[in-house]
Design a protein around this ligand. Sequence first.
Ligand SMILES: Cc1cc2nc3c(=O)[nH]c(=O)nc-3n(C[C@H](O)[C@H](O)[C@H](O)COP(=O)(O)O)c2cc1C
Ligand SMILES: [Fe+2]
Ligand SMILES: [Fe+2]
Length: 385
Amino acid sequence: MRLTERIRYVGVNDMKTDLFERQWPLPYGVSYNSYLVVGEKVALIDTAAAGFSDELLANIRSEIGDRAVDYLVVNHMEPDHSALQVVIREQYPDCEIVTNAKAASMIEGYHGITDNVKVIKEGESLPLGGVSLQFFMVPMVHWPETMVSWCPEENTLFSGDAFGTFKAVGETINDSKSGTFEEYKDEMTRYYASIVGKYGGPVQAALKKLGGLEIKRICATHGPVWENSIPEVIALYDRLSRYDADHGVCLAFGSMYGNTRQAAMALAEAIRQRGIPCAVHDLTAENYSFALADVFKYDTVIIGSPTYNAGIFPPARLFMQGILDRTVKGRKFMAFGSFTWAAASVKLLNEMAEAAGFEILGEGLTFKQGYTEAKFDAQALAALV
Ligand SMILES: Cc1cc2nc3c(=O)[nH]c(=O)nc-3n(C[C@H](O)[C@H](O)[C@H](O)COP(=O)(O)O)c2cc1C
Ligand SMILES: [Fe+2]
Ligand SMILES: [Fe+2]
């Protein structure tokens, strides 16, 4: 697919993997994007995940025919992009790998490749004859070796996982169809929350570093090529990485026998009656990445959990730990849930929220045994939000 005469898309859609990183559901698939930059020399930017070698090689051939790939630029070593380095080397034996020192040692560690590797430094350029690439380190977006490649002649940023999103790409590859950004926004937020969420600081540093570039095209490793929605895409990543959120509630709960669930539904209804958006997630029915996306979207987190073996019900505990792992900042917090003989879940959740520096709204509410409106004053709790 020709993005411009000198920039070609040769990535693949993955519609068969059920879980990305064996953790995150892919209801709309995912793409592993790689690109060719075609000058007098040809550079391939990143590869794809294991299992896509035939497709990647066919895509390359359909763009450049019998010409060779002269350089393989390695921006990021996570295996969703690096798995086919050996395949590329076998197909194009003279192909020189161009990357930074940290990635070079990972290439050796994963693939045993040490020969014909060109190690470049921050700001260095690779001339390709009529077109060039310049490299900028963006450590921890999303691994320590991560860098981006900038093509000044095409004002194109090969941004790695930054600005990436779940959901496979459409036929046009780019966002030329109106509404593309809106179509991807939720999956981009979920991708960010699940995968990049811990690295808000490094994402902010990268945005500052790249702020001076006059970017006309963002070629990320997952999702559409951004040409028409660049301000929106950058604004979303900027907001997410500052942990900035709208006023609203992510209410996530787990419940074994339905009592905490009934309380969750009553509380969500009471919150909505006050005109406050409230997204509800059943942590026993769906992967917690969907709720995590709403933690990044809204300023208030409410978790429902029964007491379980003197602790938090495991799905709720996993979710809360997921929030802490991502060093989410500046949220308001509330917990509730049923118990039978000795309540513990709400107290423990509040302690975790305090450790995260969240503002605790009231003390939350734990109720004994069956749910009733008398035991669970949803209106009073909603008034605290
Ligand atoms: C495996 C298991 C462990 C439990 N551990 C505790 C406990 O340590 N303390 C307590 O008060 N209740 C405990 N309970 C009781 C639950 O908190 C109680 O059944 C609650 O009403 C369940 O809420 P739910 O209907 O939302 O699932 C436990 C229940 C189960 C099934
Ligand atoms: Fe990655
Ligand atoms: Fe990736």
